[in-house]
Design a protein around this ligand. Sequence first.
Ligand SMILES: CC/C=C\C/C=C/C(=O)SCCNC(=O)CCNC(=O)[C@H](O)C(C)(C)COP(=O)(O)OP(=O)(O)OC[C@H]1O[C@@H](n2cnc3c(N)ncnc32)[C@H](O)[C@@H]1OP(=O)(O)O
Length: 712
Amino acid sequence: MVIESLFYFSLAVLQALEDGLKKADADPSVKAVMICGENGKFSAGADIRGFSAPQSHPGIGLAPIVSLIESSEKPVVAAIEGVALGGGLEVALGCHYRVAHVKARMGLPEVTIGLLPGAEGTQRLPRLIGVPAALDMITTGKHIPATEALKLGLVDEIAEENTIEAAIRLANKVIGQPLAPRRLSLKPVPTLPNMEAFLREALVKVKKQARGCLAPELCVQAVRAASERPFAEGLRRERELFRLLLSSGQARALQYAFFAERAVRRWATPAGASWSSANAQPVRSAAVIGLGTMGRGIVTSLVKANIPVVALEQDLENLKKGRKAVMLLLEREAMKMEGGAQRLDFHNPARLQFTVDFDLLRDVDLVIEAVFENMALKKEIFHKLSKICKPGALLCTNTSALNINEIASATSRPQQVIGTHFFSPAHVMRLLEIIYGSHTSPSAIATAMQLAKALNKIGVVVGNCFGFVGNRMMFPYVQQAVFLLEEGSRPEAVDEVLEDFGFKIGPFRMSDLAGLDVGWRSRQGQGLTGPSLPAGTPARQRHGQRYSPLPDLLCEHGRFGQKTGHGWYLYEKAGGRTATPDPWLHNFLARYRDTHGIKARAIDQEEILERCLFALINEGFAILAEGIASGPEHLDVIYINGYGWPRHRGGPMFYASTVGLPRVLAKLEQYSEVHPDVPGLRPNAFLRKLVAVGSPPLQEWMSYVSWQSPKL
Ligand SMILES: CC/C=C\C/C=C/C(=O)SCCNC(=O)CCNC(=O)[C@H](O)C(C)(C)COP(=O)(O)OP(=O)(O)OC[C@H]1O[C@@H](n2cnc3c(N)ncnc32)[C@H](O)[C@@H]1OP(=O)(O)O
């Protein structure tokens, strides 16, 4: 008998499974059962949307079905094609045998949506593949290929071709064989000589990595229960821990993030262009200009995506340096991949070519300019590109803040010019901010989005403004952090609060890592500091607003961060990575406050957190109101994937919705009253409007945007 299941479980699928199994058991002519999915996919597990209404969630009914499968008196074989994830894999674990297609992937990704495998998976998997391998799969949520699953003993057979036929063959072969040894609930968990120490260390490791995220820790506890208790008791513990996670706000935030990352694929612009009508152009070859840190990562990303690349530098000396660095990155990437260097094929000049000759860019489908942030230089390059490149070529600029329209104005084809803001290291970071200018064509946007997908990145389409979305929201956040130092705090205190909140790295550690000189150059360019600053400008004011010269002063002292061995912190050497609080800086801050007549005060953690985060969120509301991003999900996806925002808090705008918009507004009003010269703390009109209309759910915010003055 064959039972088919759908891609992800609904109540109807579970009912069909139950009915089918009962019918098979009752029918003496049925000798064995095979369960497979439709359309070449076994199952992606339970419907994640249903977890927000737990009472009616189909997942709740899944565990009894898994038990029912296992207790069948006839052999049940899972035929796994495509994916078997979450509840899908748990169903397969209830089966007595598992056959997987060679290209199938399996995993228990519940941890990534703030849960644990709650359909008995935490108790069955360790019995099948042992505690270390099970713990690895359950706490990381990674998908493993069929070949690895076979090695682990997770599947019994691999089918190169027809999985269903292979599963039916296996089912026929095992008819009449005893089923007890195949029932995982009856098996003991394989012992380890040092199980206690192993589990203790595993807990320490996940706690360190998870930084406040509950699910990985509770996954370890559930697997511990499997190793210490009989099956039925382990199940009780699994259920208890599952319920705890389900009711936590973290699960809701992580599930929101899952759908937000998919929602941003459906991009739209205020002018009416959208993913549904724009056609992407094929990208069969690419060029990268500039082999500095960003360019090297971008080349590596393209090679990994199997796109032939021409890598260009301005002179032979820089080309040699860049080439060496790219090759090193690629060697490292190849080592991490199955098939390694051969698969990447980067020694083949048809796949990767280094040159100083612009003429070689004539035929490429796409160019990514990645020279440093200098408008004049970028314009010069784009002028050249518009003369050399073929008419359809997409011209991308990797910039974190510069005006796309101005860059495009240097070309004869502004419709082909687009911003592609990569994040460092570009071959690792998943975010790609895609910025359209006033003339960028819908097809150019669609092509850049397709490129993001090919590079295994999450593309987020945003409008053109200084700093775009990510950096524009970051400015007021960092500004508050520096103001807090002026008022009496220390870098380590501010960083600690934000790292405890869940940021991978606090603003001062981040600034030291990125290099303080980067912002210094930008502020010099904007005339905020340096020789172009008009004489008589007050030290702590620019354009009538509060300004802190602290970061400029540090740069004037040669303190650029890690690269010089000191910045906001002290490092063991230039290029060192271990930050220690620096007595020099503490004295410097004290002198600075004396000079400017600032009386240091004790600043508590709540104020640090609120001023930094609410200023950032406030800017987010401004961005939404101006139509720079088409929804709060865009801002959240950018922050989670590019700025180390803790995923289990769902992104800044989702976080604001959980704090409550009235509270965010009230706090901003309170801080703004104390600091009237700081525009970043002045509540944005759109935030006020949302509160005035009763703080609707985040999904409805954009219906309250009025497009009277789009700035695009
Ligand atoms: C008491 C016990 C309770 C429960 C036990 C069981 C729990 C679970 O099973 S929890 C769910 C575990 N499964 C997952 O987390 C898998 C999530 N999905 C994925 O990882 C991927 O979608 C995929 C690998 C399955 C496919 O990837 P890809 O081909 O890149 O497609 P998309 O990611 O774009 O997905 C397509 C489409 O499907 C939606 N979707 C996918 N999986 C689910 C799901 N489990 N629930 C609801 N919706 C799902 C996804 O959002 C996309 O939708 P849109 O096209 O509308 O964006």
